[in-house]
Ligand binder design. Structure first.
Ligand code: NI
Length: 339
């Protein structure tokens, strides 16, 4: 009897200890939420903290109330967050735009995890627009190369990425969706005028494994034509939607396939620090890095990561340039993840 009660006592003590340890090590489980109404696309996070989550929802609802969508006005909100043991910091980026970028604001919400206190401030989003002359890249044998690729655009964030790349004499390949080309025709021209490479990422972002050869080809060709109609030249590379490669897709594509070797998961994280750290910890010579020019956290990560990559003796290039400088040929019927 005595033995049994001391075992129970010990069990209670251990459970209590585990409870305390758990409480101190509470990891935030952050989920991504999306509201998609005509001409409005809103992303916001949930942290599993009732007070903070309801504050965010109230904030989003208020913006929605003040911005009635119309055919000529669009609203896009996304976010970039980070957290430490003491606080959560969320920057909400609100864009109201016609075709291309118009007005932007950033709202910062800070949550003190210790005190449970919320603060909020809003400011106009400053963008660093610089139009320095692009120099020819000097690639010597010590230079390591990394190709930046951006999928699913163009979007209101594309030009911002171009401007950051230009500042560092860097280039990238933008795998665009055919059905966005006409709407973002100015951005397509902006990419082309600034020596960025435009790649083909299907017309509708459909999963190609579901389609027959004729329909796969139509997805690719419609996109080729949409791009040609804007800039008078065709893309060299095709990246299938979702990076899916099958024997049928390889056989059907009139362009060499380019996948990636480093996935930043930027679409999932919305966390520029995480995206930056992932690139810096994984990058190696010849990598092809996957990002999306649709998200602001990605823009912030690009701004942060390029100077650091330069310090590590990397040049940031487009996929075509990567093939050129690595002296490799892109062949039909093959796919490439890194060089
Ligand atoms: Ni995609």
């Amino acid at each position: 009897m005595k033995k049994a009660s001391s075992i129970i006592f010990l069990f209670i003590i251990i459970s209590l200890l585990l409870l305390i340890i758990n409480k101190n090590n509470q990891k935030l489980v952050v989920t991504k939420n999306k509201i998609n109404i005509t001409n409005q696309e809103i992303y916001y996070p949930k942290f599993g903290i009732t007070k903070l989550d309801s504050y965010i929802e109230k904030y989003i609802n208020e913006i929605l109330k003040n911005n009635t969508a119309s055919s000529s006005k669009e609203l896009f909100i996304d976010y970039d967050y980070f957290n430490t043991k003491e606080k959560v910091n969320i920057n909400f980026y609100t864009y109201t735009s016609h075709n291309n970028l118009a007005s932007q604001t950033v709202t910062t919400i800070n949550y003190d995890l210790v005190k449970g206190k919320i603060t909020k401030e809003t400011s106009l989003l400053k963008t660093d627009y610089s139009y320095d002359i692009v120099n020819q890249k000097i690639i010597d044998s010590n230079t390591k190369l990394v190709a930046f690729t951006f999928d699913d655009g163009p979007s209101h964030n594309t030009a911002k990425i171009v401007d950051i790349l230009k500042k560092y004499n860097a280039t990238a390949t933008f795998f665009v969706l055919g059905n966005k080309v006409e709407k973002y025709h100015k951005t397509i021209k902006y990419l082309n005028d600034n020596n960025m490479e435009i790649g083909n990422h299907t017309y509708t972002h459909i999963l190609l494994t579901k389609l027959n050869e004729e329909k796969i080809l139509k997805e690719i060709e419609d996109t080729q034509n949409a791009i040609y109609n804007q800039i008078g030249k065709y893309p060299y590379f095709f990246r299938p939607s979702y990076g899916t490669v099958s024997r049928k897709i390889k056989k059907t594509s009139p362009l060499p396939l380019v996948i990636w070797s480093l996935d930043t998961l930027d679409w999932k994280y919305h966390n520029s620090k995480k995206i930056t750290n992932k690139i810096l910890s994984k990058v190696k010579d010849g990598d092809i890095i996957l990002m999306h020019d649709t998200y602001t956290a990605t823009v912030n990560a690009v701004r942060e990561v390029i100077p650091k990559l330069k310090e590590m003796d990397y040049e940031i290039v487009s996929v075509s340039e990567l093939f050129y400088y690595k002296n490799k040929e892109a062949r039909l019927g093959y796919y490439y993840g890194s060089l």
